[in-house]
Design a protein around this ligand. Sequence first.
Ligand SMILES: NCc1[nH]cc(CCC(=O)O)c1CC(=O)O
Ligand SMILES: [Zn+2]
Ligand SMILES: [Zn+2]
Length: 355
Amino acid sequence: MSSLRFQAPPLDISSVLHGGFHHPVLRKYQNNGRNLTKDMFMYPIFISDDPDAEQIVATLPGQKRWGINKLEGFLGPLVKKGLKSVILFGVPMEMNKASTTDEVGSPADDPETPVIKALHLLSKLFPGLFLAVDVCLCEYTSHGHCGVMSQLPNPTHSNFPTLDAEKSAQRIAEVALAYAEAGAHCVAPSDMMDGRIRAIKLALMQHGYGNRVALMSYAAKFASGLYGPFRDAAGSAPEYGNRKCYQLPPNARGLARRAIKRDAAEGADILMVKPTLPYLDIVSDCAQLEPDHPVAVYQVSGEYAMVVAGAEKGIYDLKQMAFETVESFVRAGATVIISYFTPQFLDWLDEPRTE
Ligand SMILES: NCc1[nH]cc(CCC(=O)O)c1CC(=O)O
Ligand SMILES: [Zn+2]
Ligand SMILES: [Zn+2]
């Protein structure tokens, strides 16, 4: 018989938490007023310039590049299940090959560019669907960077491309305006150039879109290792160097807070943090710094692929893990969730949850 070496003290009132969540209904009450709902989800869609494309992206399991002829068949059933919004990315593979790309990304706002055609079509097909569109130059520039370069790259300093802030902001505003004219309800610049929110807002206002197009800023976008599958899908990897001079350093909480406050002051209607899982502190900062703005989060391609890969390895259950990630986003303060899991959540949120 072992001698009693320690006698735990009797529980007192402040020790007892289990009483508050022993029942499934009680567990629902513990969400601090934040519920995960279908209308929080925004689904990223890649639009190809091959009108009949339905191309698998090897590194982004389950996602495809879609031709505009396939959009009705693809999105119709999702809209029926409750899909409320999409964010479009133009991925003009043929345009790139045909050397129509240039220093300023002219194909971005060519009337024939796939994303403009898709905006026209989707506005007609699904009048109730909220149409956001990513605004960036990297899919369309010859150098693959997100802005306009100020000079030719210096080969001895090739990791540090220099961008022309004014020319970049002006060009990006021009592209955003073209997407507004094509029917976008929301333009979302992902380039991270200085001053582009202000430039886009002014361009929208000057052309009568100030009160009917939302501006969603990729406000705190980090130079992350998690964008790889997206760059495959979009063909948007830079030709040289990297994006560390315009996307935020992963250790930079202060810079992220400044970027969030700046973009709110420059006229952003929605503030986004990206990627999400390694940056939940920034999501929480964003919700606290700008409590009067919707906070969007982007569960980016690499985060999605990680969750899928771990489930395939048998490390965890896919649905449980996907829920755990998005619940963490909501807990941190997100009100909009951009995720490649959107189609699954449209089903999962109808199924009874195992409590
Ligand atoms: N500016 C382009 C852009 N817009 C959205 C993403 C990433 C999205 C994802 O990984 O799912 C990127 C990639 C990048 O900045 O390199
Ligand atoms: Zn870009
Ligand atoms: Zn630099």
